[in-house]
Design a protein around this ligand. Structure first.
Ligand code: SF4
Ligand code: SF4
Length: 673
């Protein structure tokens, strides 16, 4: 890069002082922020190191999460600023080094670097103008638009302009270092600074540029744009365990506090998330609870923790025993915000900087539930039912296997050599609509000759709703009971027709020592079809829209298999509920324990989902899903919206069972081969 010549030119001492001031101010603030992070609980985040390096390449450098539907244009603008920033930061280091010591960064005199720098300077400048206009005129609904954002944009704009001007004038003034590449774009423009003036323009533009770098460095850690620095570690330390796995409270009997009762109960990584939030609002754009007017905004959840840390953290640094506000009560409506979450992971999926919202929400719910007994009464009733009867409806344990009566489906006690346990779950066992789905799966498995058995009355709730409602204690007792039962029967492989059961047994039981090969029914059925173990006959032509269950799709990445099953059914034409499908699927509203809570504020989430279905105008006469909760919610939704004559909610398994070429006789044969 072009710089004043000489190994230690006359302004070097001034530049050294300014650099020390600029970066000194940065470090002063950075040390304070790191000390605040250290208030958080320890948490090991060094597992899977290679995956972490891959994430740095793909998510951090490649900006993959930024460039997603529907943010391609906006994402590209931001990515250009980011990539340009990396190139220009390297050049800035060169400028300072050259100005102070006469040294330079390797490669900065090469043609490749000269071209990159110039092209990115122009691209960043263009992106800054677009970002400025968007903020000022378009004002995206959930993006935080504060004055500091304009200041940062202005500083970046000044950096780019001064860079281009001093390069341009520097060429005219003959300042290109021997052997260095002339800045290519600047070199294309004819000289407009006559005579001596080019040297003067170069001199002042150069100083303006380096001074802006130092002002930027000092200002950055006081703003949300700190994410420029913290995204790097935040991506590196992101969760590498399954998305659907909540943290385990170990040795729960001997714990005295639960969840995030205090700021110090969040882990350092949860606190780092706050520093990294870009306030882009993508999480909020995609939150179903916020969309229907519930008092929940995932962006606010993250920012509230950050703001509380910055405001009250100093107090804790001075006195570790100081009393600070419980994060679950940081604001009057905080508990309502927390209870409104369906744990659908739309926010986690959308966040470009890998912030983990659900874990924080559940940690605060743990405090409300286990320490304050402040769970909403209807959710408390569901938990009492789980504790007493092993299911949230409170139906008798003895009737758990009644759905299978007369079907000659063996229990594991009767068929200990069965290859698979079909874990039916509470909805399949007790809810009349979902009992039909359980029967459909049994018919498919039998037709395919799959060896399976059920637990019958020995099965109890997986504990999923209790865990997501913050009652880790109840979850662990349910899970341990099931794990003991599985162990007693030597269960190795588990099939579920419920994504919540699937997620809990596959991703969370291993935390308690329960390791099984777990599959949701739809990927298994896809395999059975592909292996021609079941053949489907053509029925009447019908159009079927597919609704992605959150715990199948976003939590476990199962998007393609259910679609492949629908595509394999002769006569079925599959449709998407665009644009709310796959990763952007809209929750049915039942996850996170919401199934058992009243919806007092805003519209019901399932009603909005049915509206989306109708507005997608797919021509579908059925909407198919792979989740008992979704089925219940969609059923209620189409009824409430009065469209039950046009569209019928079904489970994909029911569609398959209805087209089996040789329907299995469930009443005479024992379960499977
Ligand atoms: S998990 Fe879903 S409901 Fe909860 S905050 Fe995130 S987007 Fe909203
Ligand atoms: S949490 Fe993530 S998605 Fe939400 S505003 Fe912050 S950076 Fe954007």
């Amino acid at each position: 890069m072009i710089a004043p010549t000489g190994s230690f030119y006359s302004g070097g001492a001034v530049l050294l002082v300014l650099t020390l001031l600029g970066f000194g101010a940065f470090m002063w603030r950075a040390v304070f922020l790191v000390r605040l992070l250290r208030l958080g609980k320890p948490e090991a985040r060094l597992d899977h190191p290679w995956r972490r390096f891959r994430d740095e390449l793909v998510i951090y450098l490649g900006q993959r999460k930024l460039l997603t539907r529907p943010y391609y244009v906006r994402g590209l603008g931001h990515a250009l600023i980011f990539w340009g920033f990396l190139v220009i930061t390297y050049g800035s280091a060169d400028l300072l080094l050259r100005g102070i010591l006469g040294l330079h960064m390797p490669g900065t005199e090469s043609g490749v670097y000269a071209w990159s720098l110039d092209l990115f300077a122009v691209a960043v400048l263009a992106s800054i103008i677009v970002a400025f206009v968007r903020r000022a005129l378009v004002r995206p609904p959930h993006m935080h638009i504060a004055r500091e954002g304009y200041v940062i944009l202005a500083l970046i704009g000044v950096l780019m302009l001064t860079l281009l001007v001093f390069e341009y004038a520097g060429i005219a003034a003959g300042k290109v270092v021997a052997g260095g590449t002339r800045p290519p774009l600047a070199g294309l423009i004819p000289d407009v600074f006559p005579g001596e003036s080019s040297g003067v323009v170069f001199y002042w533009a150069w100083w303006a540029h380096v001074t802006t770098i130092l002002v930027f460095a000092a200002y950055l850690p006081h703003t949300k744009h700190l994410h420029i620095v913290t995204t790097l570690p935040n991506v590196f330390f992101r969760k590498q365990t399954p998305r659907g796995q909540l943290s385990l409270i170990e040795d729960i009997e001997s714990q005295e506090t639960f969840g995030a009762a205090s700021l110090k109960d969040f882990s350092w990584k949860q606190l780092l998330d706050g520093y990294t939030c870009t306030e882009c609002g993508r999480c909020s754009d995609n939150c179903p609870a916020l969309a229907v007017g519930k008092p929940l905004d995932p962006q606010k959840i993250v920012l509230d923790i950050r703001d509380q840390l910055v405001r009250e953290g100093a107090k804790l640094l001075a006195d570790p025993n100081a009393t600070v506000t419980s994060p679950a009560h940081w604001g009057e409506t905080k508990p309502e915000e927390l209870w409104a979450c369906t744990t659908c992971a739309a926010c986690v999926e959308a966040c470009p900087v890998t912030i983990e919202h659900i874990d924080k929400i559940v940690d605060m719910r743990r405090t409300l539930t286990l320490m304050e007994g402040a769970t909403p009464p209807e959710a408390q009733r569901a938990m009492t039912n789980i504790e007493r009867a092993g299911n949230p409806w409170g139906n008798s344990r003895d009737s758990r296997g009644e759905w299978a009566e007369g079907l000659a489906i063996p229990t594991f006690a009767e068929r200990p050599d069965a290859e698979y346990l079909y874990f039916v779950g509470c909805a399949g066992s007790y809810d009349r609509r979902n009992q039909k789905v359980a029967r459909a799966l049994a018919a498919i498995l039998r037709a395919a000759g799959v060896s399976f058995a059920i637990l019958g009355t020995a099965e109890t709730c997986t504990g999923d709703p209790a865990r997501r409602l913050g009652n880790e204690y109840l979850y662990q007792t349910q899970a341990e009971q099931n794990i003991a039962t599985f162990g007693a029967h030597g269960v190795k492989k588990v099939i579920t027709s419920c994504p919540h059961c699937f997620n809990t047994i596959a991703n969370e039981y291993p935390q308690l020592g329960g390791n099984y090969e777990v599959t949701h029914a739809l990927p298994l059925v896809q395999k059975l079809i592909a292996e021609k173990r079941i053949t489907l006959t053509k029925g009447a032509d019908e159009i079927v829209a597919y609704h992605d269950p959150c715990y199948l799709g976003r939590h476990n990445g199962i998007y393609d298999q259910p679609r492949a099953v629908l595509d394999a059914i002769p006569g079925v034409e599959r449709k998407e509920i665009a644009p709310h499908h796959r990763e952007r699927g809209f929750c049915c509203g039942a996850g996170g324990g919401r199934m058992w809570m009243e919806e007092r504020m805003g519209q019901r989430v399932n009603h909005r989902r049915v509206e989306q279905l109708v507005m997608a105008n797919t021509g579908a006469t059925k909407v198919a899903s792979g989740c008992p909760y979704c089925l219940i919610m969609l059923d209620e939704g189409v009824g409430a919206k009065g469209v039950q004559e046009q569209i019928t909610p079904v489970d994909v398994l029911e569609l398959v069972a209805a087209r089996l070429e040789t329907p299995a006789t469930l009443t005479t044969t024992a379960g499977g081969s």
